[in-house]
Design a protein around this ligand. Structure first.
Ligand code: FES
Length: 111
């Protein structure tokens, strides 16, 4: 397992782009929970962020794709609005121990 992030460094209601090798991910903290997804829009497969570490809409309530504006629920990656409505962001396998966000590189896939 490798540590990608000290979760105390991720402020509530913010997001962070992460990478390991050629695997691109992002984490979001909401209500004290940390969620980890692959950084790939289910519409065209593009990276999601507006600019570095900015994956959320103006309210910080939803994840928003910067290409065509699709909106996704933070908790489960469900697309509520946009060209990929009904599809999901892909969650990335991880665990949290000792305040660290951990991934097993063997479990990650390049997407
Ligand atoms: S690529 Fe994300 S909404 Fe089109």
């Amino acid at each position: 397992m490798i540590a990608l992030l000290n979760i105390d460094e991720l402020e509530e209601g913010t997001s962070r782009g992460l990478e390991h090798g050629n695997v691109y991910l992002f984490a979001v903290k909401k209500d004290g929970q940390v969620y980890l997804y692959y950084n790939r829009c289910p519409h065209l497969g593009t990276p999601l962020e507006w600019e570095e570490d900015r994956f959320l809409d103006a309210d910080g309530a939803l994840i928003q794709c910067s290409t065509h504006g699709a909106l996704f629920q933070i908790e489960d990656g469900h697309c509520l609005v946009g060209p990929c409505k009904g599809k999901y962001l892909q969650p990335a396998p991880h665990s949290i121990e000792g305040g660290q966000l951990l991934v097993n590189p063997d479990d990650l896939k390049a997407v």
